[in-house]
Design a protein around this ligand. Structure first.
Ligand code: MD3
Ligand code: FE
Length: 226
């Protein structure tokens, strides 16, 4: 290439150490961070482990206390699993569908959650619960707060796999303005401290096919529930 044909920006594009791509860590709240692609290096361990968990505790659609069937299908692993039925939301040690303890949290899940929390400034995160949400196109999660956990001191770590989602991040009242954060395959989000009780939700998932996961979005949510 002749020197004169190169635009000035081509010449200095890589000359400094400004990030050239989307930053790996995006701050979305005072103590909340999106870690783009953080789960990707662990996928080869996560997906087989997920399959094993789902054999023991298959996805099921649960009913809210108000009598509505959730569009998102759920499973859990770890000591405590989140459930809902007509009598309320709670954590249980046993899967109500099988009567068995929830499957153990696979080491790859635990390692990912702890490493992500550390990356966001929360050391020694030891989750005892991993809720597994499955969204098919059209499924959504309305704005809500997570208030069933024993302590709000620990952060929450969430892992997005498969189809993209538009996450809504609000304030401390349902009516507060929300920001929208797109979440893609492999992204991990850590919420903690002052952001722990903020309203949040997921807009309806758009039609699509993900090369590895097909027509679905799967989200892991790690918590200290007990
Ligand atoms: C933000 N799940 O299961 S990630 C949930 O993508 C839930 O499936 C969504 O909200 C999903 O409760 C969002 C997790 C999440 C969890 C707790 C939060 C985001 C949060 C607490 C405060 C702020
Ligand atoms: Fe939530």
């Amino acid at each position: 290439m002749r020197y004169e044909t190169m635009s000035p920006t081509t010449l200095d594009l890589f000359a400094d150490d400004e990030p050239q791509q989307t930053p790996r860590r995006e701050q979305i709240g005072e103590q909340s961070y999106v870690l783009r692609g953080f789960a990707l290096p662990l996928l080869d361990r996560l997906l087989p482990a997920l399959e094993a968990v789902l054999l023991a505790a298959p996805f099921r659609q649960m009913v809210t206390p108000g009598g509505f069937t959730m569009s998102v299908a759920l499973s859990s692993c770890g000591t405590l699993g989140w459930t809902t039925d007509r009598s309320g939301y709670r954590y249980t040690r046993h899967d109500p569908q099988t009567g068995q303890p929830w499957p153990a949290m696979p080491p790859a899940f635990f390692e990912l959650a702890q490493a992500a929390a550390r990356e966001a400034g929360f050391t020694d995160f030891v989750p005892d619960s991993c809720l597994i949400n499955r969204y098919i196109p059209g499924a959504k999660m309305s704005l809500h707060q997570d208030k069933n956990e024993g302590s709000y001191a620990a952060p929450i770590v969430s892992v997005s796999l498969g189809l993209p989602a538009m996450f809504q991040f609000g304030g401390f009242e349902r009516s507060d303005k929300t920001q929208r954060v797109p979440l893609f395959h492999g992204d991990v989000v850590v919420w903690g401290g002052v952001d722990r009780l903020r309203y949040h939700g997921v807009l309806p998932i758009k039609d699509g096919q993900h090369p590895q996961l097909g027509e679905q979005r799967i989200n892991f949510t790690f918590r200290v529930a007990g």
